[in-house]
Design a protein around this ligand. Sequence first.
Ligand SMILES: NC(=O)c1ccc[n+]([C@@H]2O[C@H](COP(=O)([O-])OP(=O)(O)OC[C@H]3O[C@@H](n4cnc5c(N)ncnc54)[C@H](O)[C@@H]3O)[C@@H](O)[C@H]2O)c1
Length: 332
Amino acid sequence: MGFNPGSRMSAQEKYLITGAAGFIGSHLVDALLARGATVVGLDNMKLGRRANLATALGDSRFAFYEADVNDIARFSEIVAAETRQAPVTVAWHLAANSDIRAGVSDSDVDLRDTFLTTHNLLKVLREHKVPRLAFASTSAIYGEHPGLMREDIGPLFPISNYGAMKLASEAAISAALEAFLERAWIFRFPNVVGSRATHGAIYDFVHKLKKNPTRLDVLGDGSQQKPYFHISDLLEAMRFIVDNGGERLNFYNIGTAETVTSVRYMAEAVVRRQSPSAKILYGEGNKGWVGDVPKFNYSIEKLKKLGWSPRLTSDQAVDKAVEEIVAEALAG
Ligand SMILES: NC(=O)c1ccc[n+]([C@@H]2O[C@H](COP(=O)([O-])OP(=O)(O)OC[C@H]3O[C@@H](n4cnc5c(N)ncnc54)[C@H](O)[C@@H]3O)[C@@H](O)[C@H]2O)c1
């Protein structure tokens, strides 16, 4: 899975990726290496896995550091040493707490891994004169919004600590643009699915069924509907935005074109593929957990206007991801 040949991101670029051993980060590492770039990856391995970097670690253009973004002294030393070899041109900030539920029970988790990582990264970028930043934000910044979620709606009131700390990160990036950053691209991701997933409903279902192939307990009544997006489309969309988003501050929803998938569809797809005789047991209510946004409508008109549309519908993305995640779980 790679970026289209002929895109404007140059092979001479040197990228820093935080959260490089995670689900999306490791795919991004592979995609950028495939384009001929030099990549420096960093991850504290809290949720990341070395196996995700199996291919990249064999590439001489990839350097990996097991380090915490919030260990600012060590992080700064790493970027200083890398900068001495060749300047870092773009930082891709993906390190965050991706376990929204963990952030509900302990609000320090998101303060530390979702917000302070952004704050500390910005300090290091300023110190080492890294001019551009691409940031993995989220649809969770919008909270429980009744209408179409467009980039220009407001005021925004997130309903999870995770969403709150991502929104605060966007604000910190905006301020950094005034102070020193030359350009930033903010991607508001939907629910991303695909191989190497470290979390999410499909991942949970597959691993529950692996433990007990006879029944699948589902949080909520299965009616929650969200747009799901495949990692292959996400990589393309990010590349497109970085190539074509020429404003100082570029911010885009990334998602499927008005299609959504219910939890029931996902549960049935996983059971069909992995354990056809399993019984599905649904819970109550249309929220899986506190801070879960049950239904939403995401606008991707701004991204379409820029010139990019997704290839897969939400259901197609889910079908593809179920295949990949079940295959991985059965092999592992
Ligand atoms: N997967 C999705 O559906 C989704 C949706 C919206 C936004 N995002 C955002 O995309 C990014 C990547 O998410 P993902 O799904 O790949 O999650 P992930 O957990 O697989 O990847 C995040 C990585 O960051 C690392 N990390 C966390 N705190 C760190 C720290 N202090 N220092 C260094 N490394 C640290 C983790 O070990 C992990 O490998 C995150 O910022 C996430 O918030 C993901």
